[in-house]
Design a protein around this ligand. Structure first.
Ligand SMILES: [Zn+2]
Length: 79
C-alpha cells in the first residue's frame, strides 16, 4: 500500500549534496525544494542559504566568499 508513496519519495530527481560547505558550521548542504521553489540548507545547523548563495553554489559547486576585489586589484597592478 505504502510502496507507491516510498517510490515517489525515493524517485525524486536530483538531490544534491555539498559536503562541508556551510559557512556557519562547515556542515553539509543539501538542495531541496518546497512550495516556494528550490532552496539549499545545512544538514547540521539548519542554515539557509540566500538566493545569491544558492545561485553561486549551483553554478560553481561551492560557496565562494564574495571578496574577489583584492585579487582583482592585484591583477590590475600586475597588468
Ligand atoms: Zn551548518
Amino acid at each position: 500500500m505504502a510502496t507507491t508513496q516510498i517510490a515517489e519519495k525515493t524517485g525524486r530527481s536530483s538531490t544534491m549534496l555539498w559536503f562541508k560547505q556551510c559557512q556557519r558550521c562547515e556542515g553539509d548542504l543539501y538542495l531541496d525544494r518546497d512550495m516556494y521553489g528550490p532552496f539549499v540548507a545545512c544538514l547540521q545547523c539548519g542554515y539557509y542559504l540566500t538566493d545569491t548563495q544558492v545561485k553561486t553554489i549551483l553554478a560553481t559547486g561551492r560557496l565562494e566568499p564574495e571578496r574577489k576585489e583584492g585579487q582583482m586589484k592585484e591583477a590590475v597592478l600586475v597588468a
